[in-house]
Each structure stands twice: as C-alpha cells, then as structure tokens.
Write a protein that binds this ligand. Structure first.
Ligand SMILES: Nc1ncnc2c1ncn2[C@@H]1O[C@H](COP(=O)(O)OP(=O)(O)OP(=O)(O)O)[C@@H](O)[C@H]1O
Ligand SMILES: [Mg+2]
Length: 256
C-alpha cells in the first residue's frame, strides 16, 4: 500500500458489496488509491471490474459499503471524475470540437470563447489538431477514443476512470494510445484507474495492479510495479516488467 497518509489518499472503497438481484457482482471490496497514482484492475470476465468502476463513477450505488473521494462520500457522477468507456459514445451530430465543448457546458466560469479554446487545447493534447470540424463518423476508432479522452480530461477531473478504453482498437492503434496515455499522465499527473484485459497494458502503465478474484469479485491481490518512471512501451523490455507480468498471469490462472 503506497498511500502513506490521509492527505495523499484520493479514493477509498470500504466493504463494497454490489448485488444485481440474485447475482452478487462484488463482495467486500476494500481499496485505497493515492493522489496521482496510476492503478489498473485486471481479472476474469464477469468478476465485477466494470461494476466497480461504475460505482466509483457514481453511475450505480453500492448495496453495502462506502466510497469516498477526498474523504467525501460519492453520491453520484461528478466533475471530479472523468470516465472513458470502451466505445467513445460521442454525439454523432456534433463536430469533434462541439463534442468536447458540450462536456464543458457546466463550466459556468468559462465564456463561450474560453470553452472553445479549452476544447482545442485538449484536442491538441491528444493529437487531433486539424480535426476539430470533423464528425465522429469521419474518424477512425482510435481517433474517436482520442476525442473521448480529450473530452474527459477537458474539465480537469482529479480522477480518470477508464473501462477497457482501448479494447475495441486494433493492436497497433492500441499501442499508440498506450503511449499517449503514458505521455499525458507524465505531463498532467492525475489519479487514474484503468480496467483492462491486457496484462501488459496494466503493467507498463501502472504503479499498482489490482487482481480481482472470480465472481463474486474481491481484491485477490495488489501487485506493485517497480519499473522506473517515466515509462514508455520500451519499459516492456525490462526484467521487472516480465517478472510482474508473469506474477499477475500466475495469480489470474490460479497457479500461485
Ligand atoms: N446492470 C446489471 N444488471 C444485472 N447484472 C449485472 C449488471 N451489471 C453487471 N451485472 C453482473 O455482474 C457481474 C459482473 O459484471 P461486470 O460487467 O462488472 O464484469 P466485468 O469484470 O467488467 O467483466 P468483463 O471483463 O467481461 O467486462 C456479471 O455477472 C454481470 O452479469
Ligand atoms: Mg467489463
């Protein structure tokens, strides 16, 4: 556990239970995530990863347990948390620029011009300058996910929640997006919680990897990733990367 004191603690889950009718998706999840930590969640399909993320996003309520951000209970969605899903869920009738501006409509201290500037800034950050006036349908899947990322970062959330954000992308685009995410995190430090099926992705990006047990989901083990920062995809060539990846694969396949 790398969260040394209360001031560093960004997110805390205590005794989280989530039932859907007869199905218990989560059974007693405890978790502490530090400010600006990058944490991934891995585990078998159906073990409750997406459920946990939507509870933290405030899109669902736990059946039992408490969830806190900065020591305050989560009562619903909030601008302190940005969410990126597997599909970009952009509004097809709006341009790329308008999609990001729409997410900024709640920023009442920003003028229209400020919102437009902010949208352009974050589209630039994800490498989409020049595509502001395109419609989502004119973009590739990877570019649409970049818009979704720009949109979620544009209002300055403290926590970025991502549920298999690159899962629908081809292998090469996925690599590019992983590099982009590492770059953004290096430059803009924020707390990230990433759900992924890709163990390599979890290891190369994260400070810690949460391995969940099969349904009903619990935290089976939390694995520290002792690879130096700043990271790049070349970090995958280190011995530390191989060791941690093997350990996590062992945990998931039940050989440890
Ligand atoms: N809205 C819902 N209504 C009923 N059951 C649900 C609902 N959401 C999730 N579940 C159930 O909760 C369990 C956990 O689902 P969840 O989607 O969180 O798993 P997951 O770990 O994200 O899986 P995957 O890796 O396949 O995305 C599953 O058994 C699922 O059927
Ligand atoms: Mg899921």
């Amino acid at each position: 556990m790398s969260v040394q004191n209360a001031a560093d603690l960004k997110l805390r889950a205590t005794g989280i239970v989530k039932r859907f009718g007869d199905v218990t998706a989560l059974e007693g999840v405890d978790l502490e995530i530090g400010t600006n930590e990058f944490v991934s969640i891995v585990g078998a399909s159906g073990c409750g990863k997406s459920t946990l993320l939507s509870l933290i996003a405030g899109l669902e309520e736990p059946s039992a347990g408490t969830l806190e951000v900065n020591g305050m209970p989560i009562t619903g969605p909030g601008r302190d948390r940005g969410v990126v899903f597997q599909q970009a869920t952009l509004m097809p009738w709006l341009t790329v620029q308008q999609n990001v501006e729409f997410a900024l409509r709640g920023e009442t201290d920003l003028s229209r011009a400020d919102r437009a500037d902010r949208a352009r800034e974050f589209l630039g950050l994800v490498g989409l300058e020049g595509f502001e006036r395109a419609r989502p349908a004119q973009l590739s899947g990877g570019m649409q996910q970049r818009v979704a990322l720009a949109r979620s970062l544009s209002y300055g959330p403290e926590i970025l929640l991502m549920d298999e954000p690159f899962g629908a992308l081809d292998a090469l685009t996925r690599r590019t997006m992983q590099e982009l995410l590492l770059e953004i995190w290096d430059r803009h430090r924020l707390t990230v919680l990433l759900v992924t099926h890709d163990i390599g992705e979890a290891v190369v990006t994260s400070d810690r990897v949460i391995v969940m047990s099969r349904r009903p989901g619990r935290v089976q083990q939390i694995v520290d990733v002792p690879i130096a920062r700043p990271r790049a995809l070349s970090s995958e060539r280190t011995v530390e990367f191989q060791d941690v990846q093997d350990r996590i694969l062992g945990l998931i396949h039940g050989t440890e």
